[in-house]
Design a protein around this ligand. Structure first.
Ligand code: IFM
Length: 442
């Protein structure tokens, strides 16, 4: 097997609400996650991101950890409510100042900042106006993107407009398991459209000012039928269009998959304007791919969309219960290359990783050998795709630190670095040392 190219980008990834804490400091406004986590019964362990990893104050230590790890890039997200506490208009200078300090700290250590503009923490003030169900939020997002480009210009080495709009659509607005906790079912489809419209408008806004590459991050998954029965194969095809095609077809082809247009029926006319599709398909410089596991799909006429996700019983699982299927990453990348051909931009794997309940042993060491194995297998799977000609330029491990895992609270640890959530002490795990050795070798 060949090796990774010399200029491959190696990074770790995090998101603002999951690590920053300091939710009421320096003029930050409320986000949908502040309200959601403070609503009883929403988060598994009753926790919230009020303090999280306290990265807002401890970021110099976290930059040191990255430097010692040997990565050359860091993907983080900017908290919109820190920058615009009301989601529009007034800018909070202390919010800008925080990211100024973070960017300066990274650049001093020669770590390239990859900034995600929206990783789920929508200002609550915008949610009060309908959030992503409201077309106006797309325009507010572009305004926010423009002022970030103005403030940070080319110190941000790569821009990522959105993180995983599919998850915002499904868990946030269709099923209500994430903030803002809306359970609109299929009536939530405008959320997909307005996010992608916001993405396209933000690309235009950033390009007016910054020369840095712009991309978007999607959570993608190959859809695998649970059996070879026709109905399961059809269910998997529909799931693939819903999970992947719903976002990638407008982005890369300027149109929605026909099956989804049919599914949305007349509702589609109420929120899709023909001219939107050319905005949404504005050329981008890279596609961010988050890969964790495939969708294993079975037909079920009683379930929404006529399908359901079923476990992969013959597979080992992560602490979250997600099946470990490294070859799914190879398959996904090859499918993308085949499907979108010359329209597919270069790819960055912007997230990949696993949670395990890693705790220190009596000597204080954290032997997360299962994470090492997971990473090795996925890097091998990635190399197979590179060998077959997929243009992948970088890999970001999720995550640098154990952090607030949304509806799961602090029960799922994804970090290369263990965080004691009482003392906030950071302890590199065995996987951190393994990756350090791996990166030293190149
Ligand atoms: O923690 C999340 C992240 O915020 C988005 N992608 C998936 C990760 C693990 O669930």
């Amino acid at each position: 097997m060949s090796d990774f190219p010399k200029h491959f980008v190696w990074g770790t990834a995090t998101a603002a609400y999951q690590i920053e804490g300091a939710v009421q400091q320096d003029g930050r406004g409320a986000s949908v996650w502040d309200l959601f986590t403070h609503t009883p019964g929403k988060i598994k362990d009753g926790s919230n991101g009020d303090r999280a990893c306290d990265h807002y104050y401890r970021f110099p230590e976290d930059i040191r950890l990255m430097k010692e790890l040997g990565v050359n890039a860091y993907r983080f997200s900017i908290a919109w409510p820190r920058i615009q506490p009301e989601g529009k208009g007034r800018v909070n200078p202390k919010g800008i100042a925080f990211y100024d300090r973070l960017l300066d700290g990274l650049l001093e250590q020669h770590i390239d900042p990859y900034a995600t503009l929206f990783h789920w923490d929508l200002p609550q003030a915008l949610e009060d106006q309908g959030g992503w169900m409201n077309r106006d939020t797309a325009y507010r997002f572009a305004e926010y993107a423009h002022l970030l480009a103005d403030a940070f210009q080319d110190r941000i080495k790569s821009w990522i407009t959105l993180n995983e709009p599919f998850v915002v659509l499904t868990l946030g607005y269709a099923l209500g398991q994430h903030a803002p906790g809306k359970a609109y079912g299929l009536q939530a489809m405008p959320v997909a459209h307005h996010q992608m419209l916001g993405h396209g408008l933000a690309v235009q806004a950033i390009r007016e000012i910054s020369q840095s590459p712009i991309g978007i991050t999607h959570s993608l998954a190959p859809a695998i039928p649970a059996t070879d029965r026709d109905e399961d194969i059809q269910a998997a095809t529909l799931m693939d269009e819903f999970h992947n095609g719903l976002f990638l077809d407008p982005l890369l082809r300027g149109q929605y998959p026909k099956s989804l247009v049919a599914l949305m029926g007349e509702q589609a006319e109420s929120f899709i304007r023909t001219e939107d599709l050319s905005v949404m398909s504005a050329p981008i410089d890279f596609l961010g791919v988050n890969y964790y596991a495939p969708d294993h799909v079975r037909a079920n006429s009683k379930a929404p969309l006529g399908l359901e996700m079923v476990p992969m019983p013959d597979r080992p699982k992560t602490g979250f219960g997600w099946p470990i299927v490294p070859e799914g990453l190879t398959q996904l990348l090859l499918d993308l290359k085949e499907r979108y051909a010359e329209k597919l931009p270069p790819i960055h794997i912007t997230e990949n990783g696993c949670s395990y309940p890693d705790l220190p042993d009596a000597a204080g060491k954290i032997d997360d050998s299962k994470r090492i194995e997971y990473l090795e297998l996925h890097l091998e799977a990635l190399l197979k795709a590179l060998d077959k000609g997929v243009d992948v330029r970088g890999y970001f491990c999720w995550s640098l630190l154990d952090n607030f895992e949304w509806a799961e609270g602090y029960t799922q640890r994804f970090g290369l670095v263990h965080v004691d959530f009482e003392t906030l002490k950071r302890t590199p795990k065995a996987s951190y040392h393994w990756l350090q050795q791996f990166l030293r070798g190149r």
